[in-house]
Write a protein that binds this ligand. Structure first.
Ligand code: ZN
Length: 199
């Protein structure tokens, strides 16, 4: 039985297709949206369209940005010889929020997962390796999540980099297993960074 009119159903269906939003939340959101002043709804849809059209990957680190290179990569005061490898932009934001990391990043945009059929070629690994060719990199800090996928990715990357002689470290396992970096508090993040071990 369809509870809403056609247009309302369409809205609920679109919202429910987003990650983390079930049918119930979608219904609640849709209900909220149609009660919102029209100009606020327009502001929201404009923001979505504008971001979708203008946000792309940073040319250097592959985080999301609307400039050619992101603010971190284009900052000359950052230490460009240290690269922290993370799975996604939200993980990078988590470390940026601590304000204590002065190196740059490489955002893989995913992690290797044989279960989901995601291989090394499906993430931004080639791009990382080509950044290392410059010869100016002193350390690669692998800060992928401590999930099975994150660990698999960390192991794969370290094996790949090792022969180059570049120092490869892994953040300490103070980060709970299966933990998404973005949900972990700053102190734990910094402890994990300080306690990193060479692979
Ligand atoms: Zn960047």
């Amino acid at each position: 039985m369809k509870l809403y009119s056609g247009k309302m159903n369409r809205l609920v269906e679109e919202l429910a297709a987003l990650p983390g939003i079930g049918e119930k939340s979608a219904g609640r959101l849709a209900d909220h949206l149609i009660r919102m002043p029209k100009d606020r709804v327009r502001r929201l849809t404009d923001a979505i369209i504008d971001a979708r059209e203008n946000v792309h990957f940073c040319r250097e680190c592959f985080t999301l940005t609307d400039a050619e290179t992101c603010p971190v990569c284009s900052n000359d005061t950052r230490d460009h010889t240290t690269i922290m490898v993370v799975e996604d932009t939200r993980d990078m934001q988590a470390y940026e929020k601590t304000g204590k990391y002065s190196g740059v990043y490489h955002v893989l945009q995913g992690a290797i997962s044989p279960m989901l059929g995601i291989g090394p070629n499906d993430i931004r690994l080639k791009e990382l390796m080509s950044r290392l060719q410059s010869g100016s990199i002193n350390e690669v800090i692998i800060a992928t999540n401590s999930s099975l996928e994150g660990e698999t990715t960390a192991m794969y990357i370290s094996k790949l980099i090792k022969p180059s002689g570049i120092k490869v470290t892994r953040i300490a396992s103070g980060v709970p297993v299966g933990g998404d970096l973005e949900n972990i508090d700053e102190i734990t993040l910094l402890r994990a960074l300080d306690g990193r071990v060479e692979l």
